[in-house]
Design a protein around this ligand. Structure first.
Ligand code: SAH
Length: 262
């Protein structure tokens, strides 16, 4: 796929309900494979206590909160964000426990098991609802992605499967790394996960572009944007049965630290 699907296409065509089909845990092999991998990595990073602090900003949250389930054990305040009103509203609906909100319990129960059953899902669910204090609009292509708001620098920035969707080429990906770095304290951590060597993904019947990323590119672009890579993990796609939904070959998970001199 060579045409970039930019913000205007997202606004018109990205359907949160269709996207959430991937998160009906146990009923979607490709969705299951990606979230189980991300959740394991996120659990190791956040539930272990090796990364903690006051505030975490999640960039490009989409309509999902799975990515915050372990993080809420280590960060008191979470700010979720997305480019789209419809995604902000979907998270707000869940946060306020309104009718029609997505049922995250199958995923939540899985996370509680991963974390060694220290907490039960209803308890974690309440904790996560309390932790997500704001759900804001953002644009990673802006120098200040939260403009016109100015947020105090955070201890951690998390972003899952967002930058490859939001950036049209390598130059804008590099710029987006610097843009989101501006939201972080010096010495703060960036946790990034997503897909390598991917050109598209389907949301319902709509095809969205994905920036083709390689491990080599990321290992060069992060340090060039002032990040020291602390951890870089990949996992090859096992299930090759749903190539018409997304042509990803590999998943990546990165923890990086913003330099203190930046
Ligand atoms: N983080 C979620 C959603 C990923 S889908 C998950 O892990 O499943 C990609 C998301 O990127 C969509 O929610 C889309 O609205 C968002 N996005 C697209 N362009 C963006 C931009 N310029 N700035 C921020 N987010 C953007």
């Amino acid at each position: 796929m060579d045409e970039f699907t930019g913000g205007d296409v997202y606004q018109k065509e990205f359907n949160p309900q269709a996207y959430l089909e991937y998160f009906k845990f146990g009923s979607h092999t490709l969705g299951d494979e990606s979230i189980t991998y991300y959740l394991e990595c996120l659990c190791q990073t956040f539930a272990s206590g090796s990364l903690r602090g006051d505030t975490l900003i999640d960039i490009g949250s989409g309509p999902t909160i799975y990515q915050l389930m372990s993080a809420c054990e280590s960060f008191e305040t979470i700010i979720a964000s997305d480019y789209l009103d419809q995604n902000v509203q979907e998270i707000e609906k869940w946060r306020k426990n309104e009718p029609g909100a997505f049922d995250w319990s199958p995923v939540g129960i899985y996370v509680c098991e991963l974390e060694g059953k220290r907490t039960k899902w209803p308890e974690k669910e309440a904790k996560l609802r309390r932790a997500i204090q704001r759900v804001l609009k953002c644009d990673v292509n802006l120098q200040n992605p939260m403009a016109p708001l100015h947020l105090p620098p955070a201890d951690c920035v998390l972003s899952t499967e967002c930058l490859e969707a939001a950036c049209k080429d390598q130059a804008s990906y590099r710029a987006a790394l610097s843009n989101i770095s501006s939201l972080l304290k010096p010495g703060g951590h960036l946790v990034l996960c997503g897909v390598l060597e991917t050109t598209f993904y389907m949301v319902g019947t709509w095809k969205f572009s994905s920036l083709f990323l390689t491990e080599e590119f990321l290992k060069e672009a992060l340090p060039a944007s002032g990040f020291n890579i602390v951890q870089f993990k990949t996992k090859s796609r096992v299930d090759k049965g749903m190539l018409d939904l997304c042509d990803l070959t590999e998943f990546y998970f990165i923890v990086a630290q913003k330099g203190t001199e930046a």
